[in-house]
Design a protein around this ligand. Structure first.
Ligand SMILES: Nc1ncnc2c1ncn2[C@@H]1O[C@H](COP(=O)(O)OP(=O)(O)O)[C@@H](O)[C@H]1O
Ligand SMILES: [Mg+2]
Length: 241
Protein backbone atom coordinates (compact mmCIF):
# COMPACT_ATOMS: atom_id res chain seq x y z
CA UNK A 1 0.00 0.00 0.00
CA UNK A 2 2.82 2.38 0.71
CA UNK A 3 4.83 1.58 -2.40
CA UNK A 4 5.63 4.83 -4.09
CA UNK A 5 4.13 5.28 -7.47
CA UNK A 6 7.03 7.31 -8.76
CA UNK A 7 10.55 6.26 -9.56
CA UNK A 8 13.62 7.62 -7.82
CA UNK A 9 14.75 11.14 -8.54
CA UNK A 10 17.12 11.53 -11.44
CA UNK A 11 20.70 10.61 -10.70
CA UNK A 12 19.73 8.66 -7.58
CA UNK A 13 20.44 4.95 -7.40
CA UNK A 14 17.13 3.07 -7.32
CA UNK A 15 18.34 0.76 -4.56
CA UNK A 16 18.57 3.63 -2.14
CA UNK A 17 14.96 4.70 -2.48
CA UNK A 18 13.71 1.11 -2.03
CA UNK A 19 15.36 0.78 1.35
CA UNK A 20 14.95 4.35 2.54
CA UNK A 21 12.58 4.93 5.46
CA UNK A 22 9.36 6.65 4.41
CA UNK A 23 10.31 9.83 6.21
CA UNK A 24 13.50 11.20 7.70
CA UNK A 25 14.66 14.56 9.11
CA UNK A 26 18.37 15.39 9.06
CA UNK A 27 19.61 18.23 11.23
CA UNK A 28 16.39 20.17 10.73
CA UNK A 29 16.34 23.74 12.03
CA UNK A 30 13.19 25.85 11.86
CA UNK A 31 13.20 29.52 12.73
CA UNK A 32 10.26 31.92 12.76
CA UNK A 33 11.28 35.48 12.01
CA UNK A 34 8.63 38.00 13.05
CA UNK A 35 10.85 40.93 12.07
CA UNK A 36 11.20 41.81 15.74
CA UNK A 37 12.74 38.58 16.95
CA UNK A 38 13.74 35.17 15.64
CA UNK A 39 12.27 32.12 17.39
CA UNK A 40 14.27 28.96 16.88
CA UNK A 41 11.49 26.34 17.18
CA UNK A 42 13.51 23.30 16.00
CA UNK A 43 17.22 23.19 16.84
CA UNK A 44 18.75 20.46 14.69
CA UNK A 45 16.28 17.54 14.67
CA UNK A 46 17.36 14.08 13.50
CA UNK A 47 14.42 11.72 13.18
CA UNK A 48 13.36 8.78 11.07
CA UNK A 49 10.32 6.57 10.93
CA UNK A 50 10.12 3.14 9.34
CA UNK A 51 7.31 1.56 7.37
CA UNK A 52 4.60 0.25 9.74
CA UNK A 53 6.09 2.04 12.74
CA UNK A 54 4.01 4.04 15.25
CA UNK A 55 6.00 6.84 16.93
CA UNK A 56 4.63 9.15 19.57
CA UNK A 57 6.12 12.63 19.98
CA UNK A 58 5.55 14.11 23.44
CA UNK A 59 6.64 17.36 25.00
CA UNK A 60 5.46 20.48 26.78
CA UNK A 61 3.48 23.22 25.10
CA UNK A 62 5.68 25.42 22.91
CA UNK A 63 8.41 22.77 22.55
CA UNK A 64 8.02 22.62 18.76
CA UNK A 65 5.72 19.60 18.28
CA UNK A 66 3.35 21.19 15.78
CA UNK A 67 6.27 22.75 13.93
CA UNK A 68 7.91 19.33 13.65
CA UNK A 69 4.67 17.78 12.39
CA UNK A 70 4.24 20.56 9.82
CA UNK A 71 7.78 19.94 8.54
CA UNK A 72 7.25 16.16 8.49
CA UNK A 73 3.98 16.67 6.62
CA UNK A 74 5.51 18.95 3.97
CA UNK A 75 3.22 21.78 5.10
CA UNK A 76 6.24 23.88 5.98
CA UNK A 77 9.89 23.93 4.93
CA UNK A 78 12.78 24.01 7.40
CA UNK A 79 15.20 26.92 7.62
CA UNK A 80 18.01 24.42 7.14
CA UNK A 81 18.46 20.66 7.08
CA UNK A 82 16.94 17.90 4.94
CA UNK A 83 13.50 16.30 4.82
CA UNK A 84 13.74 12.97 3.04
CA UNK A 85 10.57 11.38 1.72
CA UNK A 86 11.39 7.85 0.61
CA UNK A 87 15.00 8.94 0.27
CA UNK A 88 14.33 12.07 -1.77
CA UNK A 89 15.10 15.48 -0.25
CA UNK A 90 11.88 17.45 -0.57
CA UNK A 91 13.52 20.72 0.53
CA UNK A 92 14.80 20.96 -3.05
CA UNK A 93 11.26 20.59 -4.46
CA UNK A 94 9.26 23.49 -5.87
CA UNK A 95 6.09 24.42 -3.95
CA UNK A 96 4.03 22.59 -6.50
CA UNK A 97 6.12 19.40 -6.32
CA UNK A 98 5.93 19.50 -2.55
CA UNK A 99 2.14 19.94 -2.58
CA UNK A 100 1.85 17.05 -4.99
CA UNK A 101 4.09 14.84 -2.82
CA UNK A 102 2.05 15.78 0.25
CA UNK A 103 -1.21 14.80 -1.42
CA UNK A 104 0.19 11.45 -2.50
CA UNK A 105 2.19 10.32 0.48
CA UNK A 106 0.95 12.07 3.63
CA UNK A 107 -2.34 11.79 5.52
CA UNK A 108 -3.35 14.15 8.36
CA UNK A 109 -5.59 13.73 11.39
CA UNK A 110 -6.31 16.67 13.70
CA UNK A 111 -7.76 17.13 17.16
CA UNK A 112 -10.89 18.82 15.84
CA UNK A 113 -11.68 16.40 12.96
CA UNK A 114 -12.36 19.09 10.31
CA UNK A 115 -15.26 17.25 8.70
CA UNK A 116 -17.75 19.08 6.48
CA UNK A 117 -21.12 19.07 8.24
CA UNK A 118 -23.26 19.03 5.10
CA UNK A 119 -21.56 15.98 3.58
CA UNK A 120 -22.05 12.30 4.40
CA UNK A 121 -19.27 10.19 5.88
CA UNK A 122 -18.53 8.71 2.46
CA UNK A 123 -18.44 12.14 0.82
CA UNK A 124 -16.12 13.48 3.52
CA UNK A 125 -13.73 10.59 2.94
CA UNK A 126 -13.66 11.10 -0.83
CA UNK A 127 -13.04 14.85 -0.49
CA UNK A 128 -9.22 14.77 -0.79
CA UNK A 129 -9.55 12.88 -4.10
CA UNK A 130 -11.98 15.17 -5.92
CA UNK A 131 -9.33 17.10 -7.80
CA UNK A 132 -8.02 13.87 -9.26
CA UNK A 133 -11.48 12.94 -10.61
CA UNK A 134 -10.90 9.47 -9.26
CA UNK A 135 -13.84 7.27 -10.23
CA UNK A 136 -12.91 4.57 -7.70
CA UNK A 137 -12.96 7.03 -4.83
CA UNK A 138 -16.47 6.25 -3.57
CA UNK A 139 -15.87 2.51 -3.46
CA UNK A 140 -12.55 3.07 -1.75
CA UNK A 141 -14.13 5.44 0.80
CA UNK A 142 -16.79 2.86 1.63
CA UNK A 143 -14.16 0.16 2.09
CA UNK A 144 -12.13 2.42 4.37
CA UNK A 145 -15.19 3.32 6.44
CA UNK A 146 -16.03 -0.39 6.78
CA UNK A 147 -12.49 -1.07 7.95
CA UNK A 148 -12.73 1.57 10.70
CA UNK A 149 -16.02 0.07 11.85
CA UNK A 150 -18.41 2.54 10.23
CA UNK A 151 -19.87 0.35 7.49
CA UNK A 152 -23.36 1.08 8.84
CA UNK A 153 -22.81 4.86 8.94
CA UNK A 154 -21.82 5.58 5.33
CA UNK A 155 -24.64 8.05 4.69
CA UNK A 156 -24.62 9.71 8.09
CA UNK A 157 -23.52 13.32 8.37
CA UNK A 158 -21.08 14.41 11.12
CA UNK A 159 -23.99 15.76 13.22
CA UNK A 160 -25.34 12.21 13.43
CA UNK A 161 -22.03 10.74 14.62
CA UNK A 162 -20.29 10.60 18.02
CA UNK A 163 -16.86 12.18 18.58
CA UNK A 164 -15.09 8.84 18.19
CA UNK A 165 -17.01 8.05 15.03
CA UNK A 166 -16.12 11.46 13.61
CA UNK A 167 -12.45 10.86 14.30
CA UNK A 168 -12.69 7.49 12.57
CA UNK A 169 -14.22 9.19 9.52
CA UNK A 170 -11.25 11.60 9.62
CA UNK A 171 -8.86 8.63 9.81
CA UNK A 172 -10.57 6.99 6.82
CA UNK A 173 -10.27 10.30 4.95
CA UNK A 174 -6.55 10.53 5.79
CA UNK A 175 -6.04 7.11 4.19
CA UNK A 176 -7.99 7.66 0.97
CA UNK A 177 -4.91 8.51 -1.10
CA UNK A 178 -3.02 5.52 0.35
CA UNK A 179 -0.34 7.55 2.15
CA UNK A 180 3.00 6.16 3.28
CA UNK A 181 2.83 8.32 6.41
CA UNK A 182 -0.04 9.38 8.65
CA UNK A 183 0.52 12.41 10.93
CA UNK A 184 -1.82 13.17 13.81
CA UNK A 185 -1.76 16.28 16.03
CA UNK A 186 -3.50 15.52 19.37
CA UNK A 187 -5.84 12.97 17.73
CA UNK A 188 -7.44 11.98 21.04
CA UNK A 189 -7.53 15.51 22.47
CA UNK A 190 -11.32 15.82 22.15
CA UNK A 191 -12.21 12.24 23.05
CA UNK A 192 -12.97 10.45 26.29
CA UNK A 193 -10.58 7.71 27.36
CA UNK A 194 -12.48 4.74 25.96
CA UNK A 195 -13.08 6.41 22.61
CA UNK A 196 -9.46 7.53 22.58
CA UNK A 197 -8.40 3.92 22.99
CA UNK A 198 -10.52 2.83 20.03
CA UNK A 199 -8.90 5.52 17.87
CA UNK A 200 -5.40 4.55 19.03
CA UNK A 201 -6.01 0.89 18.30
CA UNK A 202 -7.13 1.98 14.85
CA UNK A 203 -3.72 3.65 14.32
CA UNK A 204 -2.04 0.47 15.55
CA UNK A 205 -4.01 -1.61 13.05
CA UNK A 206 -3.13 0.79 10.21
CA UNK A 207 0.57 0.33 11.03
CA UNK A 208 0.38 -3.44 11.38
CA UNK A 209 -1.97 -4.28 8.53
CA UNK A 210 -1.37 -1.51 6.01
CA UNK A 211 2.31 -0.81 6.67
CA UNK A 212 1.62 2.90 7.10
CA UNK A 213 4.04 4.85 9.32
CA UNK A 214 2.18 6.84 11.99
CA UNK A 215 3.49 9.85 13.94
CA UNK A 216 1.29 11.31 16.67
CA UNK A 217 1.91 14.44 18.70
CA UNK A 218 0.12 14.21 22.01
CA UNK A 219 -0.24 14.90 25.72
CA UNK A 220 -2.27 11.70 26.09
CA UNK A 221 -0.36 9.13 28.22
CA UNK A 222 -2.55 6.35 26.75
CA UNK A 223 -0.64 6.59 23.48
CA UNK A 224 2.34 4.88 25.12
CA UNK A 225 0.27 1.67 25.24
CA UNK A 226 -0.03 1.62 21.46
CA UNK A 227 3.11 3.24 20.02
CA UNK A 228 6.33 1.35 19.19
CA UNK A 229 8.43 4.22 20.38
CA UNK A 230 8.15 7.54 22.18
CA UNK A 231 10.42 10.54 21.57
CA UNK A 232 10.41 13.70 23.61
CA UNK A 233 10.74 17.20 22.26
CA UNK A 234 11.96 19.80 24.74
CA UNK A 235 12.61 23.36 23.64
CA UNK A 236 13.23 22.32 20.03
CA UNK A 237 15.57 19.44 20.86
CA UNK A 238 14.60 15.79 20.40
CA UNK A 239 15.50 13.08 22.93
CA UNK A 240 14.48 9.56 23.87
CA UNK A 241 13.28 6.70 21.65
N1 LIG B 1 3.97 31.01 12.96
C1 LIG B 1 4.77 31.26 13.99
N2 LIG B 1 5.41 32.44 14.11
C2 LIG B 1 6.23 32.71 15.15
N3 LIG B 1 6.50 31.83 16.13
C3 LIG B 1 5.90 30.61 16.07
C4 LIG B 1 5.00 30.28 15.00
N4 LIG B 1 4.56 29.01 15.22
C5 LIG B 1 5.15 28.59 16.35
N5 LIG B 1 5.96 29.55 16.86
C6 LIG B 1 6.78 29.43 18.07
O1 LIG B 1 7.61 28.28 17.92
C7 LIG B 1 7.71 27.57 19.14
C8 LIG B 1 7.16 26.15 18.96
O2 LIG B 1 5.76 26.21 18.69
P1 LIG B 1 4.89 24.92 18.35
O3 LIG B 1 5.57 24.13 17.29
O4 LIG B 1 3.49 25.35 18.09
O5 LIG B 1 4.96 24.10 19.73
P2 LIG B 1 3.98 23.00 20.34
O6 LIG B 1 3.16 22.43 19.24
O7 LIG B 1 4.88 21.99 20.98
O8 LIG B 1 3.14 23.69 21.36
C9 LIG B 1 6.94 28.38 20.17
O9 LIG B 1 7.86 29.24 20.82
C10 LIG B 1 5.98 29.18 19.33
O10 LIG B 1 5.62 30.39 19.95
MG1 LIG C 1 1.06 22.25 19.02
Amino acid sequence: MTALREGPAEGEPSGETCEAPPLELRDVVKEYDSGVEVVRALKGIDFRIERGEFVSVVGPSGSGKSTMLNVLGLLDVPTSGEVLLDGRDVTTFTDRERTDARKRYVGFVFQSFYLIDSLTATENVTLPTVYDRDRDATARAERLLERVGLGDRLDHTPGQLSGGQKQRVAIARSLVNEPAVLLADEPTGNLDQETGRSVLSEFRRICDEEGVAVVTVTHDPLVADYADREVELVDGVLGGG
